[in-house]
Design a protein around this ligand. Structure first.
Ligand SMILES: [Zn+2]
Length: 402
């Protein structure tokens, strides 16, 4: 059996569970999700798993003694609008194939294993995400069930109609003693593995994220009558800030700094801008380095404000700490994927929420051009086959719990 080609076939098939239009559009608790669920149930059945849907809409396939602690392996079934056919669902497909491969070879599993197909990682339909892993970790805020999609359907209503039960979600929280760990296989969504000419990478941690509101305050005036000398132009200061942050961040290994939004007041063609508001997002695997860069950004902004004679402020509006992967699981995954380089994840994953419950690790699979969240997203059958082999070796080598 060529597990990579099998993965390609299965992903091609399930890509049809999508709204029409370019790429894959599969939101949680929709008819597309229901169609995908049927196909995933087929994969789980072929892997010899016992299937159930939990109250949060996570499809679970389990093998092993009913009350034994389980090792969990999973990812998400949903996509962004016009996304690709690998993000998320590939991790579910490869998890099933790894178990099927072990069964085919007659390799016994050392402990109970559960494959998890989470409903909603992307957070596109409802203004929330990660319901499935948060339910298992016991970190769901019950308020989320009142959040509505564009048609006014609440998350709770959609979940219940799908076969979940919003009232039972809080009860899904697992006893940490019953969970041995969590592995997620995912496309890299970046270019590092392609550049390193490696099919697989072992994730060392998921980057922390902070967002800041940045403001430069100057003085408006008539575009024609106020001379260039002495102007206090907030947008000019902001422009200096954008380039200075970008150029500084390039010298910080592993750091990502992005100014993705800017607005100007009064925002008219013939007035000097009196105010510029920017966002600054900073990501790093090490929270201390992220805090250091925040301090650096503050100094850069203050220096620019002084030079341009404007006011300056920076205020953190959101912070999500980094999630380190478990060192023992990282080492075990390296054993199972010899030669695979270590790398951080710049994006959030289901593993981010699972880390509140148990030790986590992720296996990244090379994707063409680092492209993701687009129809052109692509991972090769060879690379997926390598991931199935690595996952099978990893599972077979877990500590024996029988
Ligand atoms: Zn994903």
């Amino acid at each position: 059996m060529d597990w990579g080609l099998e993965a390609q076939d299965r992903l091609n098939e399930i890509a049809g569970c999508s709204l029409t239009g370019p790429g894959v559009t599969r939101f949680p608790f929709t008819p597309e999700h229901a169609a995908a669920r049927k196909i995933i149930e087929g994969w789980m059945t072929r892997a010899g798993l016992e299937i159930r849907l939990d109250a949060a809409g996570t499809l679970i396939g389990r093998t092993g003694p009913a009350d034994a602690p389980a090792f969990l392996i999973g990812s998400h079934q949903d996509s962004v609008r016009g996304g690709g056919q690998y993000d998320g669902i590939m991790g579910v497909a490869l998890a099933c194939l790894a178990i099927e491969a072990l069964n085919t070879r007659g390799t016994p599993l050392p402990c109970a294993i559960e494959v998890l197909a989470f409903a909603d990682e992307e957070g596109v339909r409802f203004p929330t995400a990660l319901l499935g892993p948060r339910a298992l970790a016991g970190t769901v805020d019950p308020e989320v069930f009142t959040l509505e999609d564009r048609d006014g359907i609440s998350l709770g209503t959609a979940l219940d109609a799908f076969g979940g039960a919003q009232g039972d979600v809080v009860g899904l929280a697992r006893d940490p003693g019953s969970v041995l760990g969590y592995l997620e296989i995912h496309i890299e969504q970046g270019p590092a593995l392609e550049q390193a000419d490696q099919p697989l990478g072992v994730v060392t941690g998921i980057c922390g994220i902070e967002r800041n509101a940045v403001r430069f305050a100057g003085q408006t005036g008539h575009a024609g009558t106020v001379p260039m000398e002495g102007r206090r132009d907030a947008l000019v200061a902001a422009a200096d800030f954008v380039t200075a942050i970008h150029d500084t961040a390039r010298n910080w290994p592993g750091l990502r700094a992005t100014i993705g939004s800017i607005s100007v007041f009064p925002d008219v063609v013939n007035a000097i801008p009196s105010e510029a508001r920017l966002t600054l997002e900073i990501r790093h695997e090490d929270d201390r380095r992220r805090a250091d860069f925040h301090a650096e950004a503050r100094e850069i902004g203050a220096a620019i404000a002084q030079a341009r004679n404007t006011g300056f402020g920076i205020e953190q509006t959101y912070a999500q700490p980094a999630v380190p992967c478990d060192p023992a699981l990282v080492a075990a995954l390296e054993q199972a994927a010899p030669g695979a380089p270590r790398l951080p994840s710049g994006a959030t994953h289901d593993a981010s929420a699972m880390a509140d419950l148990c030790p986590v690790v992720m296996l990244f699979v090379r994707c063409r051009g680092g492209i993701s969240h687009r129809p052109e997203e692509f991972a090769s059958a060879d690379d997926m086959g390598a991931a199935v082999d690595a996952a099978a070796r990893f599972l077979a080598a877990l500590p024996n719990r029988d």
